[in-house]
Design a protein. Structure first.
Ligand SMILES: [Zn+2]
Length: 80
């Protein structure tokens, strides 16, 4: 299942960052998040405690269910 990570969910310090990493699996999301952390936040290395927060903040995308238990199709509309 596809995964998604919002940078702002990782750490309160990242509030205001609108970066979202998406990938087919956790490894791909982690890789994109690491690239982003390096280029946007100056983190040459992801410390283990931050990596734990990143993994905890990764969410599944697609296949979501609403409160009635029905499958929710994610919109394909593009913002902007
Ligand atoms: Zn960020």
């Amino acid at each position: 299942m596809a995964k998604q990570l919002k940078c702002a969910d990782v750490d309160p310090k990242m509030r205001g960052c609108s970066f979202v990493a998406e990938g087919r699996d956790e490894a791909e999301v982690m890789k994109k998040a690491a690239d982003h952390a390096k280029s946007a936040h100056g983190m040459a290395v992801i410390p283990p405690d931050v990596e734990r927060k990143v993994r905890a903040a990764i969410r599944d995308t697609g296949g979501s269910k609403d409160i009635a238990g029905r499958d929710v199709k994610l919109g394909t509309s593009k913002l902007g």
